[in-house]
Design a protein around this ligand. Sequence first.
Ligand code: E4P
Length: 217
Amino acid sequence: MKFFVDTAEISEIAELKDLGLVDGVTTNPSLIMKSGRDILEVTKEICDLVDGPVSAEVVSLTAEDMIAEGRKLAKIADNICVKVPLTWDGLKACKVLTDEGFKVNVTLCFSANQALLAAKAGATFISPFVGRLDDINIDGMDLIAEIRQIYDNFAFETEILVASVRTVNHVTQSAIIGADVVTVPPAVLKKLVEHPLTANGLEGFMKDWAKTGQNIL
Ligand code: E4P
């Protein structure tokens, strides 16, 4: 399973990249707003930093304008993945842009039927938002399992990119179900390493080691 980082903060991406944890990056208009940066400038910096796909989202609502924005965003770098919303216009833009050879991430997916449509439109990635489904008391991970089954039934090549990840359990469940990618906010990614038994065990080993009076270095 690939790990994408869900942020537009350069320093956060750089730190995780050093650990080999960045197979790609996802951004959206809210993350760009949060960064306080110009979309074209910050996206270019991210593309220069990572080798994998970097999703940059269109902000128009008509297919025509989404296509124009997509083409402009795609000029930033070869690893740009144009992100379009899951609307009829978004699907139309997805079809045109993928036919032109661009990578497209169809975002704001909340149902299996929407995911089916995105795959039919040739999407490179489908982004189901698990956290926002959990927020309204619908298990987001059930949707990931449904999409996995549907895509496998018909050998769709669209990759399932689990988005709106809020917890470490979302990451575990994504791996168990067999999602292709999980895009994780840096704070959640850092929590993946934590376990109280690891911390306690290390503390015990350090105490005993001190009693030996030895050094390795
Ligand atoms: C990423 O592609 C999505 O835009 C992002 O994961 C949405 O996350 P949120 O629901 O926490 O805003």
